[in-house]
Design a protein around this ligand. Structure first.
Ligand SMILES: Cc1ncc(COP(=O)(O)O)c(C=O)c1O
Length: 397
């Protein structure tokens, strides 16, 4: 028997009623249902590194099976501090400036819940990774969207400046960016940093694609963390994770790096939300984050080859593509296919063509803005990408 609408509305919170389930994760379920090649949700279908898996298995065998320290096992935090010093070039204190979380997903929401009050505004570049909108609702933040405009996905500086005001608590930057593949330039980062200082705001930086960059001849493509910029170290929360760099998205191990004051607030939220991330996987994390630079060089080369394989295939099939400089997604323009919108196109692609993508509208506050875009991921084996390319031929008329 169905319940009357009034009792349903009393049982579900206003917050939970304001957002839908993740469209990205839903597309994976749709792909499974219709046997489509899954280029929607960003997770590899190739094996995770053998040595990292071996350390995790050994940790379980060695009985690293009980709660780790709530804010992270010491050896993992030490490894994070050491790697950060190597890659980003600054010291962090593993005792007071790191919180290990259940993926960067928990890192972002914990950071927001630890710092944002009702009425505070948080600036989000759009298109955005879809979690940020529910993150804002759950942490009582009011999001203010600032467009990144194709094809370069650049922002208008006056527009960004106009989004900052006395209520602004923070800006979220996903760099390298999902879904656009944009890598923010030093000049852009300096400009944003200037506004954060002028308006006394924080910056949450999602840096989970920090090692997935594609060098270009005509421009410098380098990962710049907001925390590296003069005056920003104390007002930046770096959110990062093992998921993408070590191809272990199912492990759910991430971390936040922030000043001691912010870290102690994040640690409290984190403790009562989850107690902690999986202990044996943190042991494997301590190993993974100590790998030599060659590991990251290889990862980058492999992703560059996948990007170069997938882009021409999408173009041949009739998509307009926005060439990514980082991360492992391609945003595409579907206007050449004549579909009413991205949702109808995606349904057709999954059910009739046998390839899953993510409708562009799920990355925008106003669905109309993404109605002629879809996103593909290419963190897949060559044979998976080639199978998708083969199926996409059906799209050509
Ligand atoms: C930008 C971005 N942030 C966070 C996540 C989730 O990462 P994690 O597995 O660390 O929770 C993803 C996953 O696709 C992502 O693309």
């Amino acid at each position: 028997m169905s319940s009357p609408a009034s009792s349903v509305s009393r049982r579900v919170s206003r917050k939970a009623s304001q957002f839908t389930e993740s469209v990205i994760r839903e597309m994976t379920r749709e792909a499974m249902k219709y046997g489509a090649v899954n280029l929607s949700q960003g997770f590899p279908d190739f094996a995770a590194p053998e040595d990292i898996k071996r350390v995790a298995m050994q940790a379980i065998a060695d009985d690293v099976n009980q709660y780790a320290i709530t804010w992270g096992a010491k050896n993992f935090r030490d490894a994070i501090a050491k790697k950060t010093k190597w890659y980003l070039g600054f010291e962090i204190d593993p005792e007071t400036e790191i919180t290990v979380t259940c993926g960067s997903t928990e890192g972002m929401i914990s950071a927001m819940m630890a710092t944002v009050d009702p009425g505070d505004e948080v600036i989000v570049f759009e298109p955005f990774y879809e979690n940020y909108a529910p993150d804002a609702i759950l942490s009582d933040a009011t999001p203010r969207y600032v467009p990144l405009r194709a094809p370069e996905w650049s922002f208008d500086r006056n527009e960004l400046r106009a989004a900052f005001n006395q209520k602004t608590k923070a800006i979220i930057i996903c760099n390298p960016n999902n879904p656009t593949g944009k890598v923010f330039t030093r000049d852009e980062m300096n400009f944003i940093a200037g506004l954060c200082q002028e308006f006394d705001t924080l910056c949450f930086t999602d840096e989970i694609y920090e090692h997935i960059l594609y060098p270009r001849e005509d421009a410098e493509i380098a990962h710049i963390s907001m925390a590296q910029i003069e005056g920003m170290r104390d007002r930046t929360v770096i959110v990062n994770s093992m998921s993408k760099t070590y191809s272990v998205t199912g492990w759910r191990v991430g971390y936040c790096i922030a000043s001691p004051e912010i870290t102690s607030a994040i640690r409290k939220v984190h403790d009562f939300l989850t107690v902690g991330a999986a202990a044996p996987l943190q042991a494997a994390g301590a190993y993974a984050l100590s790998l030599p630079p060659e590991y990251y060089d290889e990862l980058q080369k492999e992703y560059e080859a996948r990007r170069d394989l997938v882009l021409p295939e999408l173009e041949k099939a009739g998509f307009g593509t926005f060439r990514p400089d980082g991360a492992y997604y391609v945003m595409t323009d579907i206007s050449g296919f004549g579909f009413k919108d991205d949702v109808e196109f995606t349904r057709h692609l999954i059910r009739e063509v046998g390839v899953a993508c993510v409708p562009g509208s799920s990355f925008y506050s106003d669905p109309a803005k993404g109605s002629q875009q879809v996103r593909f991921c290419f963190c897949k084996k060559d044979e998976t990408l080639m199978l998708a390319a083969e199926r996409l031929k059906k799209l050509r008329v």
